[in-house]
Ligand binder design. Structure first.
Ligand SMILES: [Zn+2]
Length: 71
């Protein structure tokens, strides 16, 4: 004779703030990794950031591996 028992499990609620924060981190990270050509650092370094493109150089190999357009 089998006996079954139901156990009610509730998932812990996920905060909307956490979802929005993670979505914002994702969007910013995607931009920095995939599309930045100096725009972000130009806020600090001015026009020199477009020439140096430090974030582009830092993420260059990841761009190619992920299939983002690069050069
Ligand atoms: Zn490239």
């Amino acid at each position: 004779m089998s006996q079954s028992r139901q156990v009610a499990m509730r998932r812990p609620p996920v905060s909307r703030v956490a979802i929005i924060a993670l979505a914002a981190i994702f969007v910013v990270g995607l931009f920095l990794m995939g599309f930045d050509q100096g725009e972000t650092l130009s806020l600090v370094y001015g026009q020199d950031a477009y020439v140096d493109a430090l974030l582009h150089e830092f993420t260059h190999d990841m761009r190619h591996i992920a299939g983002f357009p690069c050069h």
